[in-house]
Write a protein that binds this ligand. Sequence first.
Ligand SMILES: [Zn+2]
Length: 306
Amino acid sequence: MHKIIYRDPQVTIFQSALFQTNSTVVCTEDVVLVFDPAWLPDEVEAIRQYVESIRGDRHVFLFFTHSDFDHIIGYGAFKADKVFMSKAMSENPDHELCVEKCLEFDEQYYIKRPYPIIYPKGDFLVFRDGVQYRYGNTKMSFYLTPGHTADSMMVIVWQLGLCIAGDYLCNCEFPFIYHSSVDYEQTLEKLPRIHDRNWFTRMVPGHGDPALNINDWLQRRTEAQAYLFALRESIATDVPFDEDSLWSRYQFPRLQRKYHLDNIALMTREYEQGLWEWDPDFELTSPMLQETYISGAPPVDSDDEG
Ligand SMILES: [Zn+2]
C-alpha cells in the first residue's frame, strides 16, 4: 500500500501509513530528486518503482533532511547517482545508533526488507547556509536547520518554489526538540530570510500535510514559536502550561505527551545551564497565540493603565 497525498506535473508526495511521514519525488527536465524515502518496505518499493518509471535516462539524486531513523530507513533501496545531506549528518557520531533503531523497528514488527539497512553515505555535504547546487536548469539551495536534530537541513528547489523542510512546521506535531531549543528558535527565525532569498511558496514538512501557500507555513511557524515561548515562560516563571490547549490542537496525545515531557526536560536543563533566559517583554507576531498555552496569563495590552 502506498498513498500519494499531492501531485502536480513535477512534484509527487508519498505519505507513509506510519506517522504521516512524507517522501517527496521531484522530476525536472534534468534529474529526479528523491527526499527521505520512507517507511514500510512496500511503501519504499512503490517510491522506487515510481522513480524508475519516470526517470528515463535522468540521474537520480537522493536527499536526507536529517538522520532520524524513519527518514533514512529507505536508503538501501535506492541506487542514487548522488546523495545530499548536511556535513553534520555525514559526521553524526551516533550513526550506528540510527541504524540500530531501524533494525530494532523492523524486528519489533517482524519486517523483512529486500535491501540492506545502512547509514547513508553522502556525496554532497552541506556545511553552511545558502550553498547551491545546479544541475542543468535545476537549481537547489541548502540551509542548515539545527534544533530538531543537530544535523537537520532544508532544501529549496528553485524553479518549483518548493521547500523540503524536514521535521519542521508539521501540522500534526508541535516542535519535537531533540537537540536544542535555542537552535530550534533560530531556525524558525531565519525561515523568512530563507524565503526572501529563494522565494518558495510550498513547503513539505517531514510529517503531515504540505503547506501549499506562504500564509499556511507562516502560520505554522508562529504556532511553533508560540509553543516554544510558552514552554519557556512556564519553565522560567512556574506559570502552568496549558496542556489541554495543546491536545485540542494535536490529535495524538497518547504518543505525543512523551515528546512534550521530553521537551520540558531538555529545556529545563538548558535553562539551568543558562542557555536561554526568559524575556517577559518578548512579543510574538501574534501575541494571542502565546497566550494559548498559558492558563491565566495576564492580558498583553494594558490600555487601562496610565
Ligand atoms: Zn521524522
